[in-house]
Design a protein around this ligand. Structure first.
Ligand SMILES: [Zn+2]
Ligand SMILES: [Zn+2]
Length: 97
């Protein structure tokens, strides 16, 4: 019985076989390094900064949105109503790295 897929682990993102050289183990699955991205914003993740949520991986920011979606809505509303010309917005998300 031929096994055209190669019989290795399948990447959850692209459904293709993951070879050991490009394999990342996370979320009880094997990922291509290049496919190990936040499902929401597509930002590349590493094993030290990803968050797993319902069998998928997210960056820290998007993971927070998943956990507290209402908080995000509230922030967007606040931004809408606090548009002040020339005012430096406080509480802006800190850039990482
Ligand atoms: Zn992949
Ligand atoms: Zn993200």
């Amino acid at each position: 019985m031929p096994n055209w897929g190669g019989g290795g682990d399948k990447c959850p993102r692209c459904q293709k076989t993951v070879y050991p050289a490009e394999k990342l183990l996370a979320c009880s699955a094997a990922w291509h390094k290049g496919c190990f991205k936040c499902k929401t914003c597509n930002g590349l993740l590493t094993l030290s900064n990803y968050k797993d949520f319902s069998q998928d991986v997210y960056c820290k920011g998007c993971y927070q949105d998943k956990l507290h979606p209402h908080e995000r809505n509230r922030k967007q509303l606040e931004n809408k109503f606090s548009k002040q010309p020339g005012g430096a917005a406080s509480g802006a998300p800190a850039e990482e790295e």
